[in-house]
Structures are given as structure tokens and as C-alpha cells.
Design a binder for this molecule. Structure first.
Ligand SMILES: [Zn+2]
Length: 137
């Protein structure tokens, strides 16, 4: 005979724990593609935007770039944040966020990659190379 009075429900729910993806890449590094046909650098493309070539190789960026355009976004966020287009030294452009007060970010500012993938939005995050607060020494 069974004893249905067992009050403990036994479930193999150990897999519900938040386990980080073991295959996650190093988030401190940004990788981009370079066309082996014409040498154009691009970011997250499947085809070369110049020659339509599909023979791309992945390279690692040094993470240094220049702000080309910066927009302040108020939508869907409690605090204003900026969305910037960063032209990397390798020649490709990425969209990401620059840390710091949005009014302190201008076109031409030099930035360095801080995190390749923001944990919330999955977008690259940069920091200003020329620290504005120390400019008045
Ligand atoms: Zn190409």
C-alpha cells in the first residue's frame, strides 16, 4: 500500500537556479568583422556593406573610438541616457552608451570600451578617455 499523506513534494527543480551561460564570451572585448575581399571593417554584419562579400573574418577591437553622434533618450527610462554612435579606431561604427552625464558627451570625444555587453540591454558601454572632471587642473 502507498501512503499518500506525504506532505513534501519532491521535484527535481535544481536547474531553476540562475546559472550564467558558461559559453558567454569575455565581455571586456569587442569583436568585429573585416571583409577579406576589400578590408572593410564592420560590426555584426553578415555581408560586407561595400562589396557584398560574405567572406568575413572576426577580429578583436582595441576598444578605442571617437564619438560621432550622441543623442539623449528619455523614453522608457527613469533617467536620461545617451545613445551614441562610436567610430572605432579600426573603422567600424557601433551604437552604444557612453557613461557619464549626457550633456558631457560631444561629437569628437575619445572613448574607450568599458563593457562589450551591458548586462541589461546587451549594448556596448564606453567611458570617456578625457576625463572631463580633471580637465581643470
Ligand atoms: Zn568587402
Amino acid at each position: 500500500m502507498y501512503h499518500p499523506s506525504g506532505s513534501v513534494t519532491q521535484q527535481a527543480s535544481g536547474s531553476a537556479a540562475g546559472v550564467l551561460d558558461p559559453t558567454a564570451q569575455d565581455t571586456d572585448a569587442m569583436f568585429y568583422q573585416r571583409c577579406t575581399w576589400c578590408g572593410t571593417a564592420m560590426y555584426h554584419r553578415l555581408l560586407c556593406p561595400v562589396c557584398q562579400g560574405s567572406d568575413l573574418r572576426t577580429e578583436r577591437s582595441e576598444g578605442i573610438g571617437t564619438v560621432r553622434h550622441s543623442t539623449i533618450v528619455h523614453r522608457n527610462t527613469p533617467a536620461a541616457r545617451n545613445v551614441s554612435l562610436i567610430e572605432m579606431s579600426e573603422g567600424f561604427v557601433v551604437r552604444g552608451r557612453v557613461m557619464g552625464p549626457p550633456v558631457g558627451i560631444h561629437s569628437g570625444d575619445r572613448v574607450r570600451l568599458s563593457t562589450a555587453k551591458d548586462p541589461v540591454r546587451g549594448e556596448p558601454v564606453f567611458q570617456l578617455l578625457d576625463e572631463p572632471y580633471r580637465a581643470w587642473t
